[in-house]
Write a protein that binds this ligand. Structure first.
Ligand SMILES: *[C@@H]1O[C@H](CO)[C@@H](O)[C@H](O)[C@H]1NC(C)=O
Ligand SMILES: *[C@@H]1O[C@H](CO)[C@@H](O)[C@H](O)[C@H]1NC(C)=O
Ligand SMILES: *[C@@H]1O[C@H](CO)[C@@H](O)[C@H](O)[C@H]1NC(C)=O
Ligand SMILES: *[C@@H]1O[C@H](CO)[C@@H](O)[C@H](O)[C@H]1NC(C)=O
Ligand SMILES: *[C@@H]1O[C@H](CO)[C@@H](O)[C@H](O)[C@H]1NC(C)=O
Ligand SMILES: *[C@@H]1O[C@H](CO)[C@@H](O)[C@H](O)[C@H]1NC(C)=O
Ligand SMILES: *[C@@H]1O[C@H](CO)[C@@H](O)[C@H](O)[C@H]1NC(C)=O
Ligand SMILES: *[C@@H]1O[C@H](CO)[C@@H](O)[C@H](O)[C@H]1NC(C)=O
Ligand SMILES: *[C@@H]1O[C@H](CO)[C@@H](O)[C@H](O)[C@H]1NC(C)=O
Ligand SMILES: *[C@@H]1O[C@H](CO)[C@@H](O)[C@H](O)[C@H]1NC(C)=O
Ligand SMILES: *[C@@H]1O[C@H](CO)[C@@H](O)[C@H](O)[C@H]1NC(C)=O
Length: 750
């Protein structure tokens, strides 16, 4: 129980403390806001009814006014309460801004009844020695009414002046438009520094006014007023003002000043009258003293110590426009346009800043240029690297032409005309500027490490090979990742196609066959004996023998070729070649010699003579049996029956038999027993010479025939995958790039 009570007490105390804190905070806020917005001295009433009483004026308490002269009287017994200066000057409003007070002062008047003057009121106004002066700029001395002589002077007679107003005889009142245009109304200036004013009224005419009057009573008035604030037509001259106290009190503007001397001059203990911050001091041209005002950018009552407050312009965008980021500063504000915009935020933020556009454009352009430069440099560098890597520096000095990558792209029409495709890569046709037709071989890049020194050397050697029966390597392109090879374009396709696909009739002529055999042998012999170091072709087969327009044989595809180092006649190297043509000795021992080409050439001759493909299944059964079959048919002397060629006479038959014997020698399974290529070439050349005359005749007639036959247009050695279905497994490929041993090892079907 005790515990519960204690907790409750603590709770109550807590609530109470909270309440106190909230109250305190509220009080602070209220005081702060009051202080900020107040125009009166702190702690003083600032209104009398609807009328605001700003400092230096004050009501009730003398402390609320700057001095006694500023102390006003608020009569709250009337409704609404009325504010007075002294006893009889009624105050409409006070303006700190204009240093004016708008007051109401009763007009002086004279009223007449039928019999004559009924009564007269002459006004004496005294502002004493206080801070107030009649405003000479705003007020006019006004005489209103017909036959009115209004006289004004100051109390001590230092100044005198007046105004008189008359009407036509017919009229007893001025025109009713309040314009005070002269008829029945007169207005005149008053002098500066006027603090007292006596107004006396009189008559000019001796006529009885009421004689022409339409009414029983008529009055004339004289008063001081600000004509912009007062319409004279609101005074009815035919109403007796004494009835219901309807004395007119036109508004009179009084100027007021503070201090006595200069702006800086000390004024007793209160000192300088203007506030501490944001105030300006100016001299009044009416009244001795000065005025205070708030500087531009400040608002408030400049006569209070902290009266002028900085205007937070950013909170009032309708008065202080800002399109950008608004920032208040003492007495002013800044307006910064959004980052990319230009212009003065106070007026308008327009478009995009020029500097931004220039910067962005510049950045984009330099970026693009950099990328392009990097790309171009990279490409150049890469081309250069490839060029060097592929031995360009060595090859440059060779006879072979070095092509630029761009040049080849151009002449091949961006590799548009595909001549063929195979395991080695692709071959494209192109035409050089000098009208030379070329075949561009684009090897399939398998492994860049293939491109070693030996390969370069090989290209180097082949480029030097200059034999009429060897396809000429016109040039190279070394700038690419994989070097491109440019060959002369051989128009008439491969021997393989002529034998097996088109079964061209010119091959039935022994003389043509002999010539092709002789040409091929001559080329191989050249490679074996005249080239230095000797070159073993390693892939002699019908599809690597190209025929030109005149059916001249051209040996091609040195992709598998190897160089025999000087002083050696063989080379232990991984087995590569095309089964069917492949030397069985080389296949088993892996030792490559020039005699391997001799064997392959033998197979080629068998193929040429029989028209059978050594690497497909034939009517002879197993493909390997073609050789045996050929050999046995020679032994059985029924060779001529299995041949595709036709011997036209005895000489030719003898020649065929002689060549067949040569073939059998070439096909000897023991390499050493095969004749060297030189011997083969010599035998064939000798046979050629024997029948040269008749061969020419034959050739010409055959040539015409062959031209009429529909031969496919082919270029280099190029293998159509489908044409060698049966050979697929047994063919090892033939890319121009050096052999990948693993690949060959794994794919060979031993
Ligand atoms: C206030 O006004 C009333 C009525 O006009 C008058 O009787 C009274 O004397 C005035 N009081 C002061 C203090 O002037
Ligand atoms: C001050 O009072 C006069 C007379 O009633 C009036 O015309 C004028 O508009 C007032 N001025 C202000 C700022 O209220
Ligand atoms: C200050 O004087 C100007 C010009 O005479 C007037 O338009 C404006 O209303 C006056 N302000 C006050 C508060 O009387
Ligand atoms: C003006 O009126 C009075 C009284 O009616 C009369 O005695 C006097 O003669 C009149 N004056 C003139 C000039 O008519
Ligand atoms: C006119 O006023 C005077 C002065 O007050 C008065 O004696 C006289 O009787 C008045 N005449 C009329 C007709 O009311
Ligand atoms: C102005 O009026 C006051 C008060 O009635 C008077 O004492 C003074 O002599 C008058 N001054 C003049 C020059 O009429
Ligand atoms: C005065 O009134 C009469 C008649 O009412 C008129 O004929 C005459 O023109 C008027 N005079 C003037 C100056 O208006
Ligand atoms: C004065 O008031 C009258 C009607 O009350 C009006 O017709 C006239 O235009 C006003 N004059 C001015 C200057 O405002
Ligand atoms: C004018 O005087 C007559 C008689 O003297 C009276 O009947 C009438 O009401 C008066 N008119 C005005 C406006 O006072
Ligand atoms: C009050 O101050 C004003 C201006 O500073 C001055 O003209 C006036 O004489 C002073 N009144 C008194 C009673 O000190
Ligand atoms: C505020 O600053 C602008 C320039 O930014 C200047 O033109 C203007 O006069 C300044 N206003 C005040 C009240 O200082």
């Amino acid at each position: 129980m005790m515990m519960e009570k204690k907790t409750r007490t603590i709770q109550h105390i807590t609530w109470f403390l909270w309440f106190v804190v909230v109250l305190f905070v509220w009080a602070c806020i209220a005081t702060a806001s009051l202080a900020a917005s107040s125009v009166a001295n702190p702690g003083c009433l600032e209104t009398c009814g609807d009328i605001i009483v700003p400092y230096p004026f004050g009501i009730e308490d003398p402390k609320c006014a700057k001095n006694k002269s500023f102390l006003l009287v608020c009569n709250r017994s009337t409704n609404p309460p009325k504010l007075y200066i002294g006893e009889n000057i009624f105050v409409y409003n006070i303006s700190v801004e204009n240093s004016t007070a708008t007051t109401g002062i009763d007009a002086a008047f004279r009223c007449y009844n039928e019999t004559g003057l009924k009564w007269q009121f002459d006004q004496q106004i005294t502002l004493l020695n206080g801070p107030l002066t009649f405003s000479n700029s705003r007020n006019k001395f006004t005489s209103l009414g017909c036959d009115n002589l209004a006289f004004m002077n100051d109390a001590n007679g230092g100044f005198g002046g007046g105004c008189f107003s008359l009407c036509s005889y017919n009229e007893s009142s001025p025109p009713d438009d309040g314009s005070c245009s002269g008829v029945g109304c007169c207005q005149t200036q008053i002098p500066k520094h006027l603090k007292t004013l006596n107004i006396t009224l009189g008559k000019i005419s001796s006529n009885n006014i009421s004689d022409n009057s339409v009414s029983n009573i008529s009055c004339v008035y004289a008063f001081l007023t600000d004509p912009t604030l007062f319409n004279t037509s609101t005074i009815d001259l035919h109403i007796d003002p004494s009835i219901d106290n309807r004395y007119p009190s036109p508004p009179v503007v009084l100027d007021w000043v503070v201090g006595k001397e200069k702006c800086e001059a000390s004024e007793g203990p209160s000192g300088y009258a203007c506030g501490d911050t944001g105030t300006l001091c100016s001299y009044s041209d009416n009244g001795r003293g000065y005025r205070c005002s708030c500087q531009e950018g400040y608002i408030g009552n400049p006569y209070l110590r902290q009266g002028c407050q900085d205007i937070n312009e950013c909170e009032d965008p309708s008065t202080y426009p800002c399109e950008g980021t608004c920032k208040n500063t003492p007495g002013n504000y800044t307006c910064i346009c959004p980052l990319v915009m230009r212009g003065d935020g106070k007026v308008a933020c327009r478009g995009v800043r020029l500097i931004v556009i220039v910067t962005v454009l510049g950045a984009i352009i330099s970026f693009v240029i950099s990328i392009l430069l990097i790309f171009i440099l990279y490409k150049r560098r890469r081309q250069e690297k490839n060029f060097i890597k592929h031995g360009g520096l060595v090859l440059q000095n060779q006879r072979v032409r070095i092509f630029k990558e761009e040049e080849l792209i151009k002449v091949t029409n961006n590799y548009g005309h595909l001549l063929g495709q195979g395991g080695f890569g692709s071959v494209y046709r192109g035409v050089l500027a000098d009208d030379t037709h070329i075949a561009v071989k684009k090897p399939r890049g398998l492994d860049k490490t293939d491109l070693n020194q030996q390969f370069q050397h090989e290209i180097c050697i082949i480029s030097q090979v200059n034999h009429k029966n060897v396809v000429k390597l016109l040039g190279l392109c070394l700038h690419t990742d994989i070097p491109l090879l440019v060959y002369e374009f051989i128009s008439n396709g491969t021997l393989f196609e002529h034998i097996h696909k088109t079964k061209s009739s010119f091959l039935r002529s022994w003389k043509n066959c002999l010539r092709i055999a002789e040409e091929t042998a001559s080329a191989l012999n050249y490679l074996h004996s005249s080239a230095d170091p000797p070159i073993i072709h390693r892939d002699v087969k019908s599809s690597n023998i190209l025929l030109d327009d005149h059916h001249t044989a051209k040996v091609s595809d040195f992709g598998a070729s190897v160089l025999i180092p000087l002083g050696q006649n063989g080379l232990a190297i991984a087995v590569q070649g095309t089964l069917g043509y492949l030397d069985p000795e080389y296949l088993t021992t892996g030792n490559l010699t020039a005699k391997s080409d001799v064997y392959s050439f033998g197979v080629l001759l068998v193929e040429l003579l029989t028209g059978q493909n050594p690497c497909t299944f034939t009517r002879f059964g197993e493909r390997s049996n073609l050789i045996q079959y050929f050999v046995s048919s020679l032994q059985n002397e029924n060779l001529l029956q299995i041949l595709n060629v036709e011997a036209i006479d005895r000489i030719e038959r003898e020649q065929i038999l002689e060549v067949a014997k040569l073939i059998v020698n070439c096909l000897n399974s023991c390499g050493e027993k095969r004749p060297p290529m030189m011997e083969v070439a010599e035998v064939l050349a000798k046979l050629m010479r024997v029948s040269h005359e008749s061969l020419l005749v034959q050739y010409n007639s055959e040539d015409t025939e062959s031209l009429t036959s529909d031969l496919p247009f082919h270029g280099l050695e190029f293998e159509n995958a489908t044409s060698h279905m049966g050979c697929q497994l047994s063919e090892f490929h033939l890319s121009e790039t050096p052999l990948i041993l693993n690949q060959v090892d794994s794919s060979i079907d031993l």
